[in-house]
Design a protein around this ligand. Structure first.
Ligand code: PEP
Length: 255
């Protein structure tokens, strides 16, 4: 049984005041959410304060990035131990913005994922093809290489601890969501790769879809057999919109 996981990725948004106001408005709206996991991936600067605001709730705290080393001369970086200290349950690694804007490689992503697992923090490992890749019919090559490379250091016995986010780069922040069918095709491919890599445990790994998810399109996406959740950027900045995404099942009746 794969429990749906709905995660907000705030990216570089929200001050401490804005973040606490968001949590105060979100929590009453998601109290009734049953059987789904809710995650807030927030900037490093608000992790501590948001973590305190989430205490006693079922919402998990997450970071958006991490450095693979535990300590050392890495100016400006944050270690897995520091995130554990603040109560992070999850951390995003390999987001396409990190891969493209900060030249992060699959091997670096793999080191981050392994370092997080050592600290009992669950990595949300992002993969996804660019528009250029898709148009050149390289989608499966790209996804296959990212899955293989980014998960290379995940110990087999910890396969169930990871989450994959399939985020086609052409759908991120563009308003151009993948159709449920296109997303399902990619998720099925990733599921197959995970089974190759981890055997039966691969079937239990949750795969989120990310790319312009909003309250109107989340229901149809979540009906697909291999879509187990969503990683949400823009629409997660508004607590009402994110709460409606969390309550995706009730969106079905308003289609
Ligand atoms: C993301 O940042 O992971 C994302 C999917 O963004 P958006 O929902 O804005 O496309």
């Amino acid at each position: 049984m794969r429990h749906p996981i709905l995660a907000a990725n705030w990216k570089m948004h929200k001050t401490v005041g804005e973040a606490t106001a968001f949590v105060a408005r979100l929590l009453p709206r998601v109290e009734e959410a049953r059987g789904v996991e809710i995650v807030l991936a927030v900037p490093f600067t608000v992790l501590e304060r948001v973590g305190r605001s989430l205490e006693g709730s079922a919402v998990h705290l997450a970071a958006q990035n991490v450095h693979p080393e535990e300590q050392g001369a890495f100016t400006g970086e944050i270690s897995p131990g520091m995130l554990a200290d603040l109560g992070c349950r999850y951390a995003i690694v390999g987001h396409s913005e990190r891969r493209v804007l900060f030249a992060e490689t699959d091997d670096f992503v793999a080191r981050k994922a392994a370092a997080l697992l050592e600290r009992d923090i669950l990595p949300i490992v992002c993969v996804g093809e660019s528009l250029e890749d898709r148009e050149a019919k390289r989608t499966w090559d790209v996804l296959g290489a990212q899955i293989q490379g980014s998960l290379a250091r995940v110990p087999d016995e910890l396969a169930g601890e990871i989450v994959i986010a399939y985020e086609p780069v052409w759908a991120i922040g563009t308003g151009r969501t993948a159709t449920p069918e296109i997303a399902q095709e990619a998720h099925a491919f990733i599921r197959d790769r995970l089974a190759n890599r981890f055997g039966a445990a691969g079937a239990q790994i949750r795969i989120q879809y990310g790319g312009s998810v909003n309250p109107e399109n989340v229901y149809a996406l979540m009906q697909q057999p291999d879509i187990d959740g969503a990683l949400v950027g823009g629409a997660s900045l508004d607590p009402e919109a994110f709460a409606r995404i969390v309550a995706f099942e009730s969106q079905g009746s308003v289609q």
